[in-house]
Every structure is written in C-alpha cells, then in structure tokens.
Design a protein around this ligand. Structure first.
Ligand code: ADP
Ligand code: MG
Length: 307
C-alpha cells in the first residue's frame, strides 16, 4: 500500500547558523557522591554578533554555569555550544587555551578574583597582553586606551585596595578586553555594588558594546539595570523561559518593552506559574488552534471545542 505522505521538509539551515553564540539543548549535570544536580536542562540560546543581552533568573537557575561553559572554563555534559565558530564541546586543549585568551573575555562575580592584589591596574591589563606576546609599545597604548574608555584612566597606578568597588570592576572589564575578544561575558559584575555604582559599571559595559563592537552577555539580578538593554533573557530551572525585548528609545518616545515566552526547537513553551495557578492547569491541557492564536484550556474545562 502506498501512502500519500506530504513531501519531507526541505533541509533547513543549521540552528543558529548566523549567530555568534549558539547554545543548542545544552545540558550540564554536576555529579557529586550522592547527588546529581542538573544545572542546565536543555538550554537554547542564540546571540547575534554585536548584541548586548542581560541574563536574569533566580539564584541557582544556572546562570553562572552557562557563563562558565561559554567562557570555556567548564564543559557541557550534553548538547551543543558554539561561539564564534568554536565548538565548545569538542575542543582540543590547545584550542581551548587560544579560545580563552583571544575569543572571550570573562568578568567573574567576585571582584577580588578578577584582579591581583599586588599589581597596579596598568600591570594587570598588561598581563594578558604580555602572555599573548604583544609588543611592548602596543601593550602600553592598548592598556591606556582601555582604562581611558572605561573611565578609570586615573587608576592606572593604583592597586585594587586603592580603588572603589566600581573602579575595580571597570578595571576588571579592561583586563577581560585586553586581547580584543569578540564576546565579553560578565557574571553579576554589579552584584557587590550599590545601585548608583552598579549603574556606572553597567554603563561601562554598554560603552564597550557600542564603541568596541564586542558582543556582551551580562548576568544581573538587578531588574532595573536589565531595563537598559535591548534584550533580557530569563533563565528558569536551567532553561531559557522568557525574553523581554525593548525597542530603541528616541528623543520624543520612550522605549517600549514587550515580554515573550521562549519556544524551544521542539515547540515547548513554559507557561508562567501565575497562569497555571490561575486556571489550575496541571499535567494536561486542551489546545485549540484559532486563526491567529492558540488557546490553552484546562483539561477539566467543558469547552473541549471552540464555541
Ligand atoms: P546561578 O548562577 O543562576 O545562581 P549556578 O549556575 O551557580 O546558578 O548553579 C546552578 C545549580 O547548579 C545550583 O543548584 C548549584 O547548586 C549547582 N552547582 C553549581 N556549581 C556546582 C558544582 N561545582 N558542583 C555541584 N553543583 C553545582
Ligand atoms: Mg551565579
């Protein structure tokens, strides 16, 4: 018997083929003696070159794990991760060293871990340049340029203890940018700062994105601060769950923002808890396709079909 099947779908381009950062069903499981923690549970994320995005989510939702994978300091358990053409799952030791030195810059959550107590800012920014074998004159120019761009030119000869928290973080960003990475990753760089200083550091990241064209992924728990970027991605339970997109602000119109749910490649969407609770939705729901929307109803609802 010959079935009249529809034509198979045409070969679709690879997921995120034009994105700079691609996370495809990313899984990271931490295994210790007795317990297994699924820090990332099939996370999809695409970031285009030149974008600046904020990552938000409750403590323990997997933000730091994601950043460590993207920074090349941790390896995923399953799934795919690619940054600027580098496959983070299948990377040789040598490629990993090159990747961490030249392709990504990483600002860690703990201010103290980004800097060296006995080195001045100038010396700290110079360090990765020296390791990369950059000629001296070039190193000097680059260091001065970065400290200036981040508004900490006056801190060139100071050590961490002689700077404020905000200055230390801006120097940390300069260090991360020394070798001209295409992607800058920052894990709660404003977490230990008061809100005014945090806004300054966040402003510095925006400057980096705008002036140097670096793609920026910044984790923040500060909802106010994340309102300053065009795209905010929320992570829940190791997956991207929703996104807020803001249109550009113009002189006479403030930027508008709209929240979207994220649909993964298999078509799965997470319904916000408030929605589930409001309609007491549990394990099964009724779906109905309308002309321009999809209706979701409780399985206990009498209205099985659209009226
Ligand atoms: P976030 O940065 O969003 O607070 P993390 O990525 O740090 O979240 O952690 C996600 C989950 O993974 C948490 O449950 C955390 O306890 C766990 N986790 C993180 N790092 C490790 C580790 N090295 N060993 C075991 N569990 C870990
Ligand atoms: Mg964290």
């Amino acid at each position: 018997m010959v079935l009249n099947l529809p034509a198979p779908p045409r070969h679709s381009p690879e997921f995120g083929h034009d994105a700079l950062v691609v996370c495809d069903n990313l899984v990271r499981i931490y295994q210790s003696e007795a317990v297994e923690v699924q820090a990332l549970q099939g996370l999809d994320l695409l970031v285009q070159e030149g974008e600046m995005i904020a990552l938000v989510g409750a403590s323990g939702s997997g933000k730091s794990t994601l950043l460590k994978v993207l920074a090349g300091v941790d390896s995923p358990t399953a799934g795919g991760a690619r940054v600027a053409g580098h496959d983070l799952v299948d990377m040789s030791r040598r490629e990993r060293v090159h990747y961490r030195r030249h392709v990504v810059g990483f600002v860690r959550q703990q201010t103290a871990r980004n800097l060296v107590p006995y080195l001045s800012s100038r010396q700290t920014v110079d360090l990765p340049l020296t390791i990369a074998g950059t000629p001296r004159a070039e190193r000097r120019a680059r260091t001065a340029e970065l400290l200036e761009l981040l508004g900490v030119g006056h801190c060139a000869d100071r050590r961490p203890a002689e700077m404020s928290g905000g200055e230390q973080q801006r120097v940390s960003i300069a260090v991360a940018l020394a070798n001209g990475p295409r992607v800058l990753l920052a894990d709660e760089p404003t977490g230990e700062l008061d809100s005014e200083t945090a806004a300054e550091v966040f402003g510095a990241l925006r400057t980096v994105n705008r002036e140097l064209g670096a793609t920026v992924v910044v984790v923040t728990h500060d909802a106010e601060v994340s309102g300053q970027v065009a795209r905010t991605v929320a992570i829940r339970d190791g997956r991207t769950s929703s996104e807020v997109l803001r249109s550009d602000e113009t002189a006479d119109a403030p930027g508008r923002s709209e929240e979207f749910a994220v649909m993964d490649r298999a078509g799965r969407v997470q319904l916000p808890r408030e929605y589930r609770e409001a309609l007491d939705l549990t394990s099964r729901v009724r779906l109905a396709l309308a002309e321009d929307h999809i209706r979701i109803r409780s399985d206990r609802s009498d209205h099985g079909e659209d009226a």
